[in-house]
Design a binder for this molecule. Structure first.
Ligand code: AMO
Length: 421
């Protein structure tokens, strides 16, 4: 007796050369194609089914892997039974399952479920799943607990103008722009928390690096000395993610033509003033106190790449460009951004935990402390010094996997023009 394997998947390619039909299937949740070799001489029943099969149909195949593997397309498989579980009924299929004909990004996003039948697209989402698994592992190993904060909020999350407003019975509500206020409030009761969460932002951008619904890996830690404590934790997580992916996702990375090498710790810390100096040397002047935009980030990224550095922190930002909750040090702030090859992946810092200072910060940013009473209340009961960060999942994937458009990193992107599928 010999053991039979059962594979489930869709027919991506079919080559009929008379007495032999070759079927290419990417089975289960894997990425390695198998080539089912259906020979008339060996099994006329299987051959007959294979001959009639339509590309795209869902099948269950029983059989065995061939003892000698010749095909370069995938693992050769000798079927003894093929069951058509669901037949492809559409005559016109919007994508080429062989992967030979490229498709537009819009086609990919409209038919995401179909493109997931292709190894390359599948690899991206297997890696996404592994990133979140690795992140959870890192947080648990380091004594964090996972929390979930509300996504329906009564106040515009960080006081910014980029929130989605909706009707909540007789009141207005807002979709959470980030877990910021809630993760900070938790610092009055817990020491280390993390959340993997969607962010909703009503920005009208139409760029390759913005989404209106994106996912963040957020954390907050109490009893810290300064923002350096947070940067150390973030760089440690990044190294863990890169090392973990290189180890666990080698097949997926190979398909995407990506070689990952863990960055060295500590990542360089570049002060905002130094960034202005680097920009000046490249002929770009920005006024002290202005935020760094896309162009500035890209130029800095190019300079860092020249020195062989992918990940770097930008520190000592002017307080003026940072939100009210960030701790102020005269005209500077205890904040940082983590950039990679010219793109901001995360931002964070030490927060203002002293209520009087916090209220002053709000007033200075033109916010009304009354709107944030529920948040300020948590600062009245011995709130410890604390800090944290928010790391963008899709942006991290863009940089790790060399994806040109952020929409490639999320299954069903939400942007200015896309609300379905
Ligand atoms: P920030 O607004 O910088 O900080 O967001 C944190 C990170 O989230 C990602 N991100 C986005 N990705 C895609 N599309 C968007 N529209 C988008 N907006 C943000 C970025 C960014 O670096 N509360 C703070 C974090 C903190 O201090 O803990 C915050 O939200 O990668």
């Amino acid at each position: 007796m010999f053991d039979l394997e059962t594979l489930c998947g869709w027919i991506n390619e079919k080559k009929d050369i008379g007495g032999i039909v070759f079927l290419t299937v990417v089975p289960d949740n894997g990425i390695k194609p198998i080539v089912a070799v259906c020979k008339k001489g060996r099994n006329p029943e299987v051959w007959k089914v294979a001959k009639k099969l339509k590309i795209g149909s869902a099948v269950r195949i029983d059989g065995q892997y061939a003892e000698t593997q010749i095909s370069k397309k995938g693992l050769e498989f000798i079927p003894c039974k093929i069951v058509v579980v669901s037949e492809m009924s559409e005559e016109k299929i919007p994508i080429d399952f062989s992967g030979k004909t490229p498709f537009l990004l819009d086609t990919k996003l409209d038919y995401r479920y179909l493109t997931l039948r292709l190894p390359r697209e599948r690899a991206i989402f297997i890696i996404r799943s592994e990133i979140l698994k690795l992140a959870r592992e890192w947080f648990y190993k380091n004594g964090f607990i996972e929390v979930h904060t509300p996504k329906l909020c009564g106040a515009g999350a960080e006081g910014g103008a980029t929130v989605f407003e909706l009707n909540y019975f007789e009141k207005k509500a807002y979709l959470a722009q980030s877990p910021q206020l809630y993760k900070q409030m938790l610092m009055s009761g817990l020491e280390k928390v993390f959340e993997i969460t969607p962010y909703f932002r009503a920005e009208k951008f139409s760029t390759t690096r913005h989404l209106n619904e994106s996912w963040g890996i957020d954390m907050e830690v109490g009893f810290i000395d300064n923002e350096e404590d947070i940067m150390r934790l973030l760089e440690d997580l990044i190294v863990h993610l890169v090392e973990g992916l290189a180890e666990r996702c080698s097949k997926e990375l190979k398909i995407l033509n990506v070689k990952l090498k863990a960055p060295e710790k500590p990542f360089p810390r570049i002060k905002y003033d130094e960034v202005l100096e680097i920009l000046r040397r490249r002929g770009v002047e920005i006024e002290w106190g202005e935020d760094l935009g896309d162009r500035e980030e890209k130029i800095l990224g190019e300079e860092m790449t020249k020195s062989g550095i992918d990940f770097y922190f930008i520190t000592k930002y002017p307080w003026k460009v940072k939100p009210f909750y960030i701790m102020r040090e005269n005209y500077l702030s205890r904040s940082f951004d983590l950039d990679c090859k010219g793109l901001e992946l995360a931002s964070g810092g030490q927060r203002e935990h002293r209520i009087n200072e916090l209220v002053n910060n709000m007033l200075e940013k033109g916010l009304n402390p009354k709107d944030f009473e529920f948040y300020l209340e948590a600062f009245r009961y011995a709130m410890p010094p604390h800090g944290g960060y928010g790391l963008g999942v899709e942006r991290l994937m863009m940089k790790l996997l060399n994806l040109e458009n952020i929409r490639e990193a999320i299954l069903f992107p939400r942007d200015r023009w896309r609300l379905v599928p």
